[in-house]
Write a protein that binds this ligand. Structure first.
Ligand SMILES: [Zn+2]
Length: 283
């Protein structure tokens, strides 16, 4: 459904969004976390095309790139389907003016033939004055039909917690997707992947696992912190409900490893420490 270049770069994300579109289960609000603003906008434009393409009126599929909606969206000139909110360049603090937000919200309250995407690029929402923020939050909470908010930023930490809690988070990280690829390559059965199992049985296998994992991620040019984030945010989420003690233990050690990495400790030592810490202590 998405363009080939996006599917290649972000296989997990495009698959996830395609599913949501097909099942008619798009959220009201997404946060795209990624380091490449241009590419995030590219993805948003592709999404807006899929949702508004005249060819997709009866059955949703890829965008045609030829109808008026597709063409306008490509030029970022569609007045209704893609609303890009930027800070006021005249304003020294780079704030988004309250008038802009008011106008936007008034617009959203009128019915529209279009599926509307409101896009806050590099949305350091600190650039929103408190008054505008409150207005915006209310709208995100009670989003009008066929309207979607997307907040894009390099990190989710710069986005207001209240927005974060009302949105679905999507990591648009090439490395993140390449970890998935690496895992698939290294294993016949994805769920029983050795590289994902970070609970070794003894010290000997801990050191071995550390070496093997580090070799694999280095070969794929994946950063150690991306690997840690991946472990934290994917498979082991299930422990939250199954085994809370194990969950907390895992996260404590992942954070420890992350801090060591951030303080420039050698990846080899970070990895060995992590796996040694994880040995069997919880079983
Ligand atoms: Zn079209």
């Amino acid at each position: 459904m998405f363009s080939t270049d996006l599917k290649t770069k972000y296989p997990e994300t495009t698959k996830f969004l395609t599913n949501a579109i097909l099942k008619n289960k798009l959220a009201n609000s997404y946060i795209f976390v990624g380091k490449e603003p241009e590419e995030m906008l590219h993805l948003v434009i592709n999404l807006a095309k899929i949702l508004n393409c005249q060819k997709n009126k009866n059955q949703i599929g890829s965008a045609c790139d030829e109808c008026l909606n597709c063409k306008w969206l490509e030029k970022k000139e569609h007045p209704h389907a893609l609303i890009i909110v930027n800070p006021d360049p005249e304003n020294k603090k780079e704030q988004i003016k309250i008038d802009i937000i008011r106008e936007l919200l008034a617009d959203l309250n009128t019915t529209s033939d279009y599926f509307r995407i409101v896009f806050f690029g590099n949305s350091n929402l600190n650039s929103l004055p408190a008054e505008s923020c409150n207005l915006l939050l209310k709208t995100v909470e009670e989003t009008p039909g066929r309207t979607l908010f997307i907040f894009a930023n390099a990190s989710k930490d710069d986005i207001l917690p209240t927005i974060v809690s009302r949105s679905q988070l999507i990591h648009l990280n090439k490395n993140y997707d390449s970890i998935n690829k690496m895992l698939k390559k290294n294993s016949v059965i994805p769920d029983e992947n050795e590289l994902m199992d970070i609970f070794p049985v003894d010290n000997f296998s801990a050191v071995n696992k550390a070496k093997k994992t580090l070799d694999s991620i280095q070969k794929e040019e994946i950063k150690l912190n991306d690997y840690l984030t991946f472990i934290a945010s994917s498979k082991y989420d299930e422990y939250k409900h199954k085994n809370q003690k194990k969950y907390c233990f895992l996260y404590k050690n992942l954070s420890k490893a992350y801090l060591k990495y951030k303080s420039f400790m050698q990846p080899k030592i970070v990895m060995e420490d992590l796996f040694l810490d994880m040995v069997n202590k919880m079983t």
